[in-house]
Design a protein around this ligand. Structure first.
Ligand code: MG
Length: 169
């Protein structure tokens, strides 16, 4: 595999684990605030991110590349209202989209078609992640303004269950 492509995928493992850690921090915030549905939604999201990390981990191993696990930095978003994690989440997903696009561009340049094919799934996934994050903000703006609306929204988010990523390597 192209050395720089492999290096970026290795870094992406860390970014995905950071995402998991960040979303666990969001869950942690909502748990303390008594919003167990929001907590559940982000716990599931954290599981998804961990699965993303493991897909990149497996992909490097499948191709005989060395994996180096680095320190995961501390989540640093300011969470001062039930809306704050939602906005921070969308901002973060846009950043991750940029990272995935960056690896894709490099793989394209290196004519690494195998990696591009794997990344196709992630490109689509990022579109969904950004939409989900934006939808949460919209619904919070529409319904989160009063106690009854927030209660309903929280109840709804409680039903999210984890499903493994559809990508197989
Ligand atoms: Mg991810």
């Amino acid at each position: 595999m192209n050395e720089k492509v492999a290096q970026l995928i290795n870094e992406q493992i860390n970014h995905e684990f950071y995402s998991a850690y960040l979303y666990l921090d969001f869950a942690n915030y909502y748990a303390a605030a008594g919003l167990d549905g929001f907590e559940n939604w982000y716990r599931v999201q954290a599981q998804e991110e961990q699965a993303h990390a493991m897909l990149f981990y497996q992909y490097l191993h499948n191709n005989g590349e060395k994996v180096t696990l680095k320190a995961i930095r501390q989540p640093d978003k300011v969470l001062d209202s039930p809306m704050a994690p939602l906005k921070a989440g969308l901002e973060h997903e846009k950043l991750v989209t940029g990272l995935i696009d960056g690896i894709y561009a490099l793989a394209f340049e290196a004519r690494d078609f195998r990696t591009m094919q794997v990344l196709d799934w992630f490109v689509k996934e990022q579109g969904e992640e950004e939409k989900n994050a934006a939808d949460l903000i919209t619904r919070m703006e529409l319904f989160g303004g009063d106690a009854k609306g927030l209660y309903m929204l929280n109840s709804e988010l409680k039903s999210r269950v984890y499903t493994a990523p559809s990508l197989t390597l």
